[in-house]
Design a protein around this ligand. Sequence first.
Ligand SMILES: [Fe+2]
Length: 226
Amino acid sequence: MNDIFSPGFREFSSQLLTAFCKGTEHNVVDKSEVIHLFEKFVDNNFETIQKYAYVDPTKNYTRNLILENEHFSLMVLCWNPYAKSCIHAHGGSQCWLRVLKGQVKECLWDCDPYKESKINTPPHRVSFANPNDVLYIDDNKGVHCIENLENPTITLHCYAPPYKSSKCFDASTGAEFIGSSIFDSESLLLKNPNLSPFEEIYGGDEVMEDAGCGCDDYGKDCSCGH
Ligand SMILES: [Fe+2]
C-alpha cells in the first residue's frame, strides 16, 4: 500500500530533494532539471503512480497528494471530462505539470498576479499538453487556468516549495479570491467518501500510453478547474 517507499519513489524523491536543495539565491530551481527527473520517474514507475489516481465523479477534478515535505509536494490530479480550474497564481512556488493520460488545455495571462484585482480579458496564450508534455509556470510567468476536454485526464504535479493558498480569479466573473489547497486523498489515505480508482470509473485499457503533468486546484470547490 505504501508506494511512497518503493525504490522508484525513494529515488525520485531523493533526486528532487537534491535538485531543490541546491540553494540558489532565490531558491529557484533549474526547471529543465526537474523536467528531466519527471520524465525518468514517470517512464519507469507508471503503474505505481497510477495507484494514486482516485476520482470523485461529482467534482471537476480530484487532488491526490503523493508526498509533501518542506521543499516540494508531489500530487496526482484526475480530471473528469470538461473539468476546468479557476484562473490562479501559484503562491510564489514553481510548478511542473506532466500529462499522464488525456490532454489539458492551458490558458495563460502574462501579468503580475499580485497587481491584478480582476482578470476579464481573453488569455494571451492558449496551448495544449498531451501525454509526455510538461508545463511549467511560476508567478513571474503569469497566471493560468487548466482544463481538459472530453477525455478523462490524469496529471502529475510538483510544487516547490509547497503552498497552502494562492490568489485566484473566478473563471466567469474574473473577480479575485484566495483559494486554499485541499486534498481528496493523502498518501493513499482516502479523505473523500466519493473516491473510486480512476480505472474503475474510466477503464484502464489504454491507461497512460505515456505520461505528463499540471497545475493545482484550489480548495474552493470551484467549477472552474484546477
Ligand atoms: Fe497551476
